[in-house]
Structures are given as structure tokens and as C-alpha cells.
Design a protein around this ligand. Sequence first.
Ligand SMILES: NC(=O)c1ccc[n+]([C@@H]2O[C@H](COP(=O)([O-])OP(=O)(O)OC[C@H]3O[C@@H](n4cnc5c(N)ncnc54)[C@H](OP(=O)(O)O)[C@@H]3O)[C@@H](O)[C@H]2O)c1
Length: 282
Amino acid sequence: MKITAHTRMVGIIGYPVRHSLSPVMHNAEFARLGLNYVYVAWEVHPGEIPEAVKGLRVLGAVGFNVTVPHKQAVVAELDELSEEAKAIGAVNTVRFENGRAVGYNTDASGWREDIERTISLAGERICIIGAGGAARAVAVGACQAGAAALVICNRRFETAETLGELLRHYFPSVEVTWSGLCGDHCRELVRSCHIIVNATPVGMTGKGGCPIPSDWLLPGQFVYDTIYTPAETQFLAEAKARGCRVQNGLGMLVRQGAKAFELWTGVKPDPDAMEREVRAFL
Ligand SMILES: NC(=O)c1ccc[n+]([C@@H]2O[C@H](COP(=O)([O-])OP(=O)(O)OC[C@H]3O[C@@H](n4cnc5c(N)ncnc54)[C@H](OP(=O)(O)O)[C@@H]3O)[C@@H](O)[C@H]2O)c1
């Protein structure tokens, strides 16, 4: 697609942001569908979020994605939040609507759509390791999908508690418990669940390690890692060796992106085509 004076602009703000795969998958899909849009990555220092949002608004951007570490801080700069973004307390997609900056969170539906390609969440007991932005999105996605129970295990107990209480408030019919990340109590909680989700950065390329000891896992459990680089984290490799079914977070990345794409353009993209582009790039 030729960039012209009519090209519409979207992108991503983060710090750092150069590792992002979003420009590749969005630009490929704009080209495939013949849409005159361009998606770029903007590295925005944490102290300059207000200027960035104001700048994008006056330059006429259609909207933008938000990644680490801005997903919570950007909320203060927005005029309105979707119900989902309110429940999650974080925004990963912004759309300018008649000059108003409206915040959405597409991580929850992105995760849910991805995992439900393999396993249904309805009636399940789900353990989420972590209580940050990704964990909050996974938790809301799980509750929306009809999970019976959620167990939040996090390194800092207070953060697990804050998320647990929020979930009890928004989803009173779901049984919610929480714990720190070590000890027999946590191990037994992990073992009481059929689906285990890693929503911490433990295991990302260059970092290695497992978020919980893999000998806590039981054969037959379903282990989802929100990480997608490397494609197989140490946690997934060890879970597989113990007889668990496993899935990484690439499909979540693609599906949260597909939802943002639709919010900006009004056109439904093909997530499978977007996924092929990302895989070819990796
Ligand atoms: N696939 C996707 O589309 C997608 C989307 C979003 C995020 N993610 C993944 O999710 C990960 C987390 O992102 P986020 O936005 O939730 O980050 P975040 O808000 O900074 O939260 C990080 C969470 O991980 C925990 N944690 C960090 N280091 C840890 C360690 N060494 N041991 C145990 N727990 C640790 C933190 O615990 P404390 O509270 O104790 O600090 C916190 O709960 C990212 O690294 C990314 O790989 C994937």
C-alpha cells in the first residue's frame, strides 16, 4: 500500500517498544485488505504519556495500542473507558472518537478466543500465576467465559489480594481465592486446577526459569503461557514432559491485535493470516 496524504495512522506506545511484533502483523493485514493505514512503533518515555496522547490526537491518529509499562498509566489521559477496561484497570487499545480518547482492553478477549480454540473455559477451575496487567486480563476473560473458580497466585501477596477482591466484586458468581507464590498451600491450589496460566514475564527470552516448580504440575493439566518468545518456554517444555497439554501466547497476541484492528478500521481482519505473518517474521 502506497503511503499518501490520505493514509490513516495507528501505532503502539511502549518503553521499550522496538521488540513489538504488532507493526508487522497489522501492516501486512492492512496491505492484504487494501486498507490505506500505517502502523508504527513509538517509544514513549514514562514521563511523557500526556504529551504523547495529546500529540496523537492533534495529529489525527485513528488510535493506538499501549504496551508495557504504560497500560495502567495511560488511563489518566483518556476521556472514557470501556466496561472491560474498567474491570481490568488497564488499557491496551485507544480509539479517538470525535476527538475523545476512549480506552479499551482487547487482551481479555484475545486470550479467551485463543485458549478456547483448544479448551473450553466454562465450568473450569483456572489458576493464574501473576497479578499484573496480563493476569488481570486473563482473569476477566476467564470469568466472562464462565469459569467456575479462579485461583490467583502471585509473588507479592497484596497484589494477588487486590486482584482477587476486584474479581469478587465484578464476578460474584465465580469462586475466587488467592495465595503467595510458594509453599505447600500454593502447590495444592495449583494442583486443584485443571488450567494453569503463566501471566508473569518469567521464562521470556534471555530470562529463563519457571514461574512455579514444574513438579507441582500433574499429568493432564492444561498449561498456557502468555509468553510467545521463546515459542516454547522452559515452563511449557517441562509441563509437556510431565504429561500436560500446553499452548503459548502467540495466538493471544494476534487475537488482541485483531480486535484492535477492527475497532480502528471497522473491518474484521483474518487472525490466521496475521498469525502467519508473525510466524514468518519470528
Ligand atoms: N501474549 C500476549 O498477547 C501478551 C499480552 C500481555 C502480556 N503478555 C505477557 O505477560 C507478561 C506479564 O505482563 P504484564 O503486563 O502483566 O506485566 P506486569 O503488569 O508488570 O506484571 C508482572 C507480573 O509478573 C510477576 N512477576 C514479575 N517477575 C516475577 C518473578 N521473577 N517471579 C515471579 N513473579 C514475577 C509480578 O509479580 P509482583 O506483583 O510480585 O511484582 C506481576 O504479577 C509479559 O511478560 C508478557 O510476556 C503477553
